[in-house]
Design a protein around this ligand. Structure first.
Ligand SMILES: [Cu+2]
Length: 131
């Protein structure tokens, strides 16, 4: 009798761990992908906010084509190289202040355009897709 109870407890434990393990991964076995952010339109301008600190967040942004865009880069105690921002297709290169907001005006883009930003060394990056 005692043995039965013990084995029930053990098998329940095994099943429970298996469920936990299964829930922790998706079908591909890879960790969940970061969600894609969507731009907002404020007063007729498209605004994209990106935080620069230990990389860029969000790293993937979906934006609208054919509208004036402002990329707002926010630093907050950013002392890593993500403050050295380069956006090659806009010819943009700047060392951002460790804390503050930097606005980058982007003319309206065609559908399908992708604007990539990176740190000066190219180890961190973000990309904005216009569609
Ligand atoms: Cu870097």
């Amino acid at each position: 009798m005692k043995l039965t109870i013990v084995s029930i407890i053990i098998s329940a434990g095994v099943v429970f761990s298996a469920i936990l393990f299964a829930n922790n991964r998706d079908s591909s076995g890879l960790p969940d992908k970061e969600p894609v952010a969507v731009s907002q339109v404020i007063d007729g301008k498209q605004v994209i906010e990106i935080k620069a600190k230990g990389g860029y967040t969000p790293r993937e942004i979906l934006a609208k084509a054919d509208i004036l865009t402002v990329i707002r880069i926010k630093t907050q105690g950013t002392f890593d190289c993500s403050s050295a921002l380069v956006i090659p297709s806009l010819n943009y290169r700047k060392n951002l202040a460790p804390s503050g907001v930097t606005e980058i005006e982007v003319p309206s883009q065609k559908i399908g355009t992708v604007i990539n930003g990176t740190c000066a060394m190219g180890m961190y990056g973000f990309s904005i897709k216009f569609n």
